[in-house]
Design a protein around this ligand. Structure first.
Ligand code: 6PG
Length: 467
């Protein structure tokens, strides 16, 4: 079997296995390697086009050169360990692709280290979960462009297609691919938090049952909110627990997990100096949910209002839908603005319209809305913020009253709307000619002589505030 396999896969978990089958279904042969021999055996048995091996030597010998090898192992140390494990067996010109959710700064470091050794490295965001890996994910590859060109034909074949176009494009140098995947996940967190708050308002506030919620989400999924996350949410509400017959969602413990990509997006937005409050709120929503035991205790002593029935249920449901759409646009606007500034900061040269294009299919945040975002950014690539594009400007302005009513109702009902209220506050802050930062500047100057500038004359000023 020397030199005959087209592609190598290291890490034969669900994602690695499914992506390999996807690659094989397009006429390629894949050799797979994992330290777990059982996984290797299972991989080998899955298809004639797949071959499992138990050592890096066998892996290298089986592959055509220059070798094209994808790593699908958990982010962090396992990636460094696998690279160190393979490195002595690689040759100059070989291409390594890290398809995990690696932190982009790790990818920057690995790119430099591997490039110095003549190995070409691609850090590639892969979105779409297990199903996407098998049937077509959205792919965000970054690294040396020459390396990308050598794997482009395979990636284009395995990626999801929208109107016949593959959901993959060269993202940019070094860590650019993982950077964009990180922001994708930040938007994913925001989208999920907005949907979860919608659920809270409609079930705890309005008293809708799981079946009513399912119907509503199915209806919404046929309109402008059409998206993968709205679609699966409808399916979740439909699912009954086999044992109890109750809606399964109501039996799931309300403690959200996270692996870090949303948090990285928020942390990085602070580093780059771009506000992404709804993405950060979405991380906080998960963090506060994790304090379940403490919340249970607090609920016994901290009381608040109880939701009272809304007088116009249909009207409120429509408001909720419009508020969700407006807040979703605002969350996307934050993510896009972050990428725009990060592109300049890190020299990634990101094409935001192309990124919106490859997010239209395959990935978790795929949504009808993304085609409009793609168009808006293609028409005006230098747009400072999505909220300034005519279509989105109008869409949010037309729905802002609904968004305000929802946030007000949440406050009255005592239902926490971290994501919705930050979306509204971001919109209000961004459209404000004047913000109270003049007072902050005065305070800074008062206690720390940090100086301030004036609106009526040039220069830097300091006042002795205390007489
Ligand atoms: C995707 C998902 C995927 C994964 C996240 C979940 O785009 O396919 O984002 O990457 O499901 O890592 O992240 P959390 O565990 O942090 O929710």
């Amino acid at each position: 079997m020397a030199d005959e396999y087209d592609f190598g896969m290291v890490g034969l978990g669900t994602m690695g296995g499914n992506l390999s089958l996807n690659i094989a279904s397009h006429g390629y042969t894949v050799v797979g390697y994992d330290l777990d021999e059982e996984k290797v055996r299972a991989f080998d048995a899955r298809s004639d086009a797949l071959k499992g091996v138990n050592s890096p030597e066998e892996l290298m010998a089986a592959l055509k050169t220059p070798r094209r090898i994808m790593l699908l192992v958990p982010a962090g140390k396992p990636v460094d360990d696998v690279i160190a494990h393979l490195l002595p067996h690689l040759e100059e010109g070989d291409i390594l692709i890290d398809g995990g959710n690696s932190f982009f700064k790790d990818t920057e470091r690995r790119s430099a280290e591997l490039e110095a050794k003549g190995i070409r490295f691609i850090g590639m965001g892969v979105s779409g979960g297990e199903y996407g890996a098998l049937h077509g994910p959205s792919l965000m590859p970054g690294g040396q462009e020459s390396a990308y060109r050598e794997v482009a034909s395979i990636l284009e074949k395995i990626a999801a297609k929208v109107n016949g176009e593959p959901c993959v494009t060269y993202i940019g140098p070094r860590g650019a691919g993982h950077y964009v995947k990180m922001v994708h996940n930040g938007i994913e967190y925001a989208d999920m938090a907005l949907i979860a708050e919608t659920y809270d308002m409609l079930s705890r506030g309005l008293g809708l049952s799981a079946d009513e919620l399912a119907e509503l989400f199915e209806e919404w999924n046929r309109g402008e909110l059409s998206s993968y996350l709205v679609e699966i949410t409808g399916k979740i509400f439909r699912r009954r627990d086999e044992e109890t017959g109750k809606p399964l969602v109501e039996l799931i413990l309300d403690k959200a997990g996270q692996k870090g990509t949303g948090k990285w997006t928020c942390q990085n937005s602070m580093d780059v100096g771009v506000p992404t409050p709804t993405i950060c709120a979405a991380v906080e929503v998960r963090v506060i949910s994790a304090f379940k035991e403490e919340r249970v205790q607090a609920s016994k002593v901290l009381s608040g209002p109880k939701p009272t029935p809304a007088s116009d249920r249909e009207g409120f449901t429509r408001d909720m839908r419009d508020a969700l759409y407006a807040a979703k646009i605002i969350a996307y606007a934050q993510g896009m603005a972050l990428m725009k500034h990060a592109s300049a900061e890190y020299g990634y040269n990101l094409n935001l319209s192309e990124i919106a294009r490859i997010w239209r299919g395959g990935c978790i945040i795929r949504a009808r809305l993304l085609e409009n975002i793609r168009k808006a950014l293609a028409e005006s690539p230098d747009l400072p913020n999505l909220l300034l594009a005519e279509q989105f400007r109008n869409a949010v302005m037309e729905r802002q009253d609904a968004l305000r009513r929802v946030v007000r109702q949440g406050a009255e009902w005592g239902i926490p709307l971290l994501a919705f209220s930050t979306a509204l506050a971001y919109f209000d802050a961004y459209r404000s000619e004047h913000l109270p930062a003049n007072l902050i500047q005065a305070q800074r100057d008062f206690f720390g002589a940090h100086t301030y500038r004036r609106v009526d004359k040039e220069g830097v000023f300091h006042t002795e505030w205390e007489d």
